[in-house]
Design a protein around this ligand. Structure first.
Ligand SMILES: [Zn+2]
Length: 456
């Protein structure tokens, strides 16, 4: 939080004082008019959700304000009726905010007495909304400028569901989030970009093993505030973090990823985008088996990735994308043809879906995302970040590898290895429909972020 920038003293020309005095004399001569309100101080404080302008006046009543927006340069204008400015006030007050440049003060007219306060906005910013509320001190009015880009977070709700502890953060569902964990005490943290808390949060919890929820502000990223929510546990927990409608859910416990998800509601964010979904293998090519034979036992990679692919295609359609699947049933498609589909369509993105396996069962587990061309690196990072957060699987990283499909595809393409099919814990997840749905939704979020960022 920045301290108040005070604007009590300044270099306003004395000329102003004389014109005010003249005006008063004129009014007095005409009629016993009401004394005008005098603004004695203007203080500005920037907060995560905008700015607060504290206006001290000689009158306890609520000032009458006429407000409007002007462009070139963009600015918000507030005219205070029956008001004069203390001549000691400066002409301008700087504001330390990426949204607002400065606040200017001036006596707009003498007859009638109108004091003008102008907020200079940074270019290209969304419209700012405002409200006027009484301050704590007598004669103080607070002009609150709200930045609509910032989501104010309210207190999370904690509940228990099917053995998992569920922390629901209202209104945070659509925010960009990154998730991590740390030890001593064991904790999971979620950083939400474009969000702020009205004040630091500390909640004691009685939902063992969740002990406490803390919240505060992190360093802003590119001028946008970042709120961090921290869950403290008595011992290390598996977790899954995913949006549910307007809310963000942080589920913890060994089967957090298996909690039922509500129906997905698309909002057409990917309208006009051509996306190719490529479920690996198919037909005689079973992909990696759950166990190395003979005999080869299921589940097979080809069936799991087809289901994740179909789910992803449905989600993409709900977002208005133009979706092509390289296979939508149990057929074999050559690697050459899979890439050719994306190239013929000039697809905006290609996602190839696979499961991993390792020579020795129950040795490796986790999720990795591969890219080949450099222009797909960011795409891979975003998909990986979303997958790790949503699935709570071990991170096997973002890797550069020349798998044929993503090597031959000219546009942005990634290859997802959702989890290890020959690791017992990973396989338990892979065969679960809720895990597959979470994987598909996480890929969708990463892909949407990539396309919306416009990096290609
Ligand atoms: Zn595969």
């Amino acid at each position: 939080m920045c301290p108040f920038v005070r604007a009590r003293r300044g270099s306003r020309p004395r000329l102003f004082l004389s014109s005010v005095v003249l005006s008063c004399a004129a009014l007095c001569a005409a009629a016993p008019a009401l004394a005008a309100r005098t603004v004695t101080a203007v203080e500005v404080r920037t907060e995560a959700q905008g700015a607060v302008i504290a206006i001290s006046t000689s009158d306890a009543g609520k000032p009458e304000i006429n407000s409007f927006v002007l462009s070139e340069p963009p600015r918000l204008v507030f005219d205070f009726a029956d008001t004069v400015l203390d001549p000691e006030l400066p002409d301008a007050v700087p504001v330390e905010s990426p949204r607002f440049n400065q606040i200017r003060l001036g006596q707009f007219s003498i007859e009638p007495e109108v004091a003008r306060l102008v907020v200079d906005l940074s270019r290209g910013n969304p419209p700012v909304t405002w409200e006027l509320v009484p301050g704590e001190r007598k004669g103080e009015a607070l002009l609150l400028l709200h930045d609509p880009d910032v989501t104010m977070l309210s207190e999370p709700a904690v509940s228990r569901s099917e053995g998992a502890v569920v922390v629901r953060v209202p209104g945070a569902g659509g925010l960009e989030c990154s998730v991590g964990e740390a030890g001593d005490p064991p904790r999971v943290y979620v950083d939400l970009t474009g969000a702020a808390l009205a004040e630091p949060m500390a909640l004691e919890c009685e939902h063992e093993p969740l002990r406490r929820i803390r919240g505060g502000a992190q360093e802003p990223v590119e001028g946008r505030p970042v709120a961090r929510i921290v869950l403290e546990f008595s011992d290390r927990q598996a977790y899954a973090v995913y949006p549910e409608g307007a809310d963000l859910v942080i589920a913890t416990g060994p089967h957090a990823w298996a909690l039922p998800l509500p129906k997905y509601e698309g909002s057409g964010k990917l309208r006009g985008k051509k996306i190719v979904v490529d479920p690996g293998h198919g037909g005689d090519d079973i992909g990696a088996p759950a166990s190395f034979g003979p005999p080869l036992r299921g589940p097979y990679e080809k069936d799991i990735v087809l289901d994740i692919g179909r789910r992803l295609a449905q989600l993409l359609e709900a977002e208005g994308a133009d979706v092509t699947m390289t296979r939508s049933d149990d057929t074999c498609v050559s690697l050459h043809e899979r890439a050719a589909v994306a190239n013929r369509l000039r697809a905006d993105a290609l996602v190839s879906i696979h499961c991993n396996s390792f020579d020795r069962p129950n040795t490796l587990s986790g999720t990795s995302v591969y890219y080949d061309h450099r222009h797909s690196m960011r795409f891979a990072e975003l998909v990986h970040e979303e997958l790790i957060a949503a699935l709570g699987t071990e991170s096997k990283g973002v890797r550069n590898a020349n798998f044929a499909v993503i090597r031959r595809a000219k546009g942005p393409g990634v290859l997802v290895e959702a989890a290890y099919i020959n690791h017992d814990e990973d396989r338990e997840r892979l065969v679960h429909p809720e895990f597959r749905e979470r994987a598909a939704r996480a890929i969708l979020r990463g892909l949407t972020r990539f396309l919306c960022e416009g990096s290609g």
